[in-house]
Design a binder for this molecule. Structure first.
Ligand SMILES: Cc1cc2nc3c(=O)[nH]c(=O)nc-3n(C[C@H](O)[C@H](O)[C@H](O)COP(=O)(O)O)c2cc1C
Length: 164
């Protein structure tokens, strides 16, 4: 199984920390959207697409790449992200967080599905966020992703590996 991770991570390299765990378990290469030839993705049987969440969706460069992808059949993909959920979301329980993530992932999910990708699973975790005025207070979710988040990422990837 040849796997690839398409990653855009810049704010605090939070999503990169998660992607590195996935890469190790899945023995996958990590590439940025800019390094991807949209026509050249055919050779991969599993592709993970991930970035931080910006304005309620994945980063524009990833969404733009999804727009450029050719149609495929029977290709498996998964979606991942890290999000610096604002304060009011800090108290979310697991089900509410899952709903929040599902909403943030939906623009990318819909684009990939419209190209024929089968989304086999999705992962997200809370991460360090110093966007805008948050930096005046030292940011939120400092230290995340933490060891437990990375453990969850490893379990997620192991599960993907077993079920594919
Ligand atoms: C410009 C900007 C906009 C953001 N918008 C959101 C958002 O809408 N929702 C959210 O949960 N986090 C938001 N965040 C926080 C990032 O998603 C979070 O810090 C993420 O871990 C960054 O990933 P990265 O370090 O891999 O780039 C935003 C951060 C920035 C810098």
């Amino acid at each position: 199984m040849k796997s690839l991770l398409v990653l855009f991570s810049y704010h605090h390299n939070n999503t990169e920390k998660i992607a590195k765990v996935f890469a190790k378990v899945l023995d996958a290469q990590i590439k940025t959207p800019q390094q991807i030839d949209p026509e050249g993705l055919q050779e991969h049987s599993l592709i993970g697409f991930g970035s931080g969440i910006y304005g309620g969706e994945h980063h524009k460069v990833l969404l733009d790449l999804a727009d450029k992808l050719p149609r495929v059949t029977n290709r498996k993909a998964f979606i991942f992200s890290t999000c610096g959920a604002p304060m009011k979301f800090m108290e979310l329980d697991r089900a509410e967080f899952t709903r929040y993530v599902a909403e943030n992932h939906s623009p990318l999910r819909e684009k990939l599905q419209s190209k024929g990708y089968m989304i086999v699973d999705e992962f997200s975790c809370t991460a360090f966020n110093t966007n805008s005025i948050l930096k005046l207070f030292g940011g939120i979710n400092k230290g995340r992703p933490n060891a437990e988040d990375l453990k969850h990422a490893e379990e997620f990837a192991q599960n993907l590996k077993q079920n594919l």
